[in-house]
Ligand binder design. Structure first.
Ligand SMILES: NC(=O)c1ccc[n+]([C@@H]2O[C@H](COP(=O)([O-])OP(=O)(O)OC[C@H]3O[C@@H](n4cnc5c(N)ncnc54)[C@H](O)[C@@H]3O)[C@@H](O)[C@H]2O)c1
Length: 360
C-alpha cells in the first residue's frame, strides 16, 4: 500500500462533507484536521462524520501548522485566495473547490504561488469525471469535426436559485456564473484543450433573485442570476455562453460544437427546476454530418453515469500527491475559466466589449 496521506479540510460546510466521505472511504488516507471559522463547527463536523482521528481548529493557519500532506479547501469563494495561498506557502498540496477565486488577480496570484512554491493547486471540477465527458473529448480531439469555429454552452434553469453565501457578492464574487456557469465553460474548453480567451462582450441581470416573489432572501441578493456572453479565443473560435438560475422559459438550448466537417450537440441530463444547465450529466450526444451528401444525425452511445464524481475527483488528487504527479485539474488551465468569468462581469458592468489580459 502507498504511504498513508495525512489531510486536512478547511471549511466544514456543505461540500466539505463530500470531501470527508471520499477521504474516509480510502484506507490510505487519514483526515487529521478540520478548520472552520465558526466556533464549534469543525468539532461538530468531526463528530457527525465520525472522523475520530481529526483535531478541530477555528483558524486555518493553525491547521496549516500541522504535518499534513494535503488540504481540501471548502470555504466560500471569497476566502479561496487567502486560504489557498496560505496552504501553498505552508508547503501543502491543495485541492480547492470551484470556482477558483473571486477576481482574476487573485487567480493569477494563486498560479504564481503554486509555481513559486512547487506545490500543487488543483481545482475541484468533478463533472470532468463523468464518463461521457471522456467520449466527448475523444470525439472533439479526433478531428472529426474539422476546424471548430463556434461553441454554444451553458443553459438555463426555469427556477433554481440557491441561497446562503451563493447570492452575496462579497462572499461569492459572482452568482450563476460562479455556481454553475464555470462548469459548462470548463467542460467545453477542456474538450478543446483550453484555448486562450481574448475578448468578451456580456450582459448580466438579476430580475428574479432580487424579486421577493421568486427568492425568499431577495433583499440580500446582489449577484447575477442571468448572463449571456460572446467570447473570442485565439485560433478564430467564438463561444456563445448563456447561463440562468431562473427564467420564464423551459430551455436556453443545448451545448453545440460547430466544425467545418461536422457538428456535435450535447443535451444536459436531468429534469425539473434545477436542471437545464450543462454542468456534468449528459442526456444525449449527437453527431451531425454529411454521408454521401445526405444530412445525417448519428447518436453517440452514452456510457453509464454510475460514477461517484466526488470520490473520483478526491481520489485523483490523493494519487497525484502520493505519486508526485501533476495537478489533475491544473490551476493555470482554470485561470482561463476565471478570466472569462471576470471578463463577463467587467463587460456587463461597462456595457461594452473588454479585453482579457493574461500572463503568458
Ligand atoms: N463541487 C461542487 O459540486 C460544489 C458544490 C457546492 C459548493 N461548492 C463550492 O464549495 C465552496 C463552499 O460551498 P458550501 O456550499 O460548502 O458552503 P458552506 O457555506 O456550506 O460552507 C462553507 C464553510 O466554510 C466556513 N468558512 C468560511 N470562511 C472560512 C475560513 N476562512 N476558514 C475556515 N472556514 C471558513 C464557513 O463557516 C462554512 O462552514 C464554495 O466555493 C462553493 O462554490 C462546490
Amino acid at each position: 500500500m502507498s504511504k498513508v496521506l495525512k489531510v486536512g479540510i478547511i471549511g466544514s460546510g456543505g461540500i466539505a462533507q463530500a470531501h470527508a466521505r471520499a477521504y474516509k472511504a480510502m484506507d490510505d488516507v487519514e483526515i487529521v484536521a478540520v478548520a472552520d471559522i465558526v466556533p464549534g463547527k469543525a468539532a461538530e463536523f468531526i463528530h457527525r462524520l465520525g472522523l475520530e482521528t481529526a483535531t478541530p481548529f477555528e483558524d486555518h493557519r493553525q491547521l496549516l501548522e500541522q504535518p499534513l500532506d494535503g488540504v481540501s479547501i471548502c470555504t466560500p469563494n471569497a476566502s479561496h485566495h487567502r486560504t489557498a495561498v496560505d496552504a501553498l506557502r505552508a508547503d501543502k498540496q491543495v485541492l480547492l473547490e470551484k470556482p477558483m477565486s473571486v477576481t482574476l488577480d487573485e487567480a493569477i496570484d494563486m498560479v504564481s504561488v503554486s509555481k513559486e512554491t512547487g506545490n500543487m493547486l488543483t481545482i475541484g471540477f468533478q463533472p470532468r469525471y463523468d464518463p461521457n465527458m471522456k467520449t466527448l473529448q475523444q470525439i472533439i480531439q479526433s478531428g472529426q469535426l474539422g476546424k471548430i469555429y463556434y461553441i454554444q454552452t451553458g443553459g438555463g434553469r426555469r427556477r433554481g436559485m440557491p441561497g446562503g453565501t451563493f447570492i452575496r457578492k462579497e462572499l461569492a464574487g459572482a452568482g450563476a456564473m460562479a455556481d454553475i456557469g464555470c462548469y459548462s465553460i470548463d467542460l467545453a474548453l477542456h474538450a478543446l484543450g483550453y484555448p486562450r480567451p481574448l475578448t468578451v462582450s456580456a450582459y448580466t441581470s438579476n430580475h428574479f433573485g432580487t424579486n421577493p416573489t421568486y427568492h425568499p432572501d431577495a433583499s440580500h441578493f446582489d449577484v447575477e442570476d442571468f448572463g449571456v456572453a460572446m467570447v473570442r479565443f485565439e485560433g478564430d473560435l467564438v463561444l456563445n455562453f448563456k447561463i440562468s438560475w431562473a427564467m420564464h422559459m423551459d430551455t436556453l438550448g443545448p451545448t453545440l460544437f460547430l466544425g467545418t466537417d461536422a457538428g456535435l450537440r450535447v443535451t444536459p441530463a436531468g429534469q425539473g427546476p434545477w436542471s437545464g444547465v450543462w454542468d456534468g450529466g449528459v442526456d444525449s450526444i449527437s453527431l451531425f454530418h454529411d454521408v454521401l451528401g445526405h444530412h445525417t444525425e448519428s447518436p453517440i452511445p452514452l456510457r453509464s453515469h454510475q460514477v461517484n464524481l466526488f470520490y473520483e475527483k478526491v481520489r485523483d488528487f490523493v494519487v497525484a500527491v502520493q505519486e508526485g504527479k501533476p495537478a489533475p485539474i491544473p490551476c493555470d488551465e482554470i485561470l482561463r475559466n476565471q478570466a472569462i468569468i471576470d471578463g463577463i462581469l467587467r463587460s456587463a458592468e461597462l456595457r461594452r466589449e473588454v479585453t482579457i489580459e493574461l500572463p503568458n
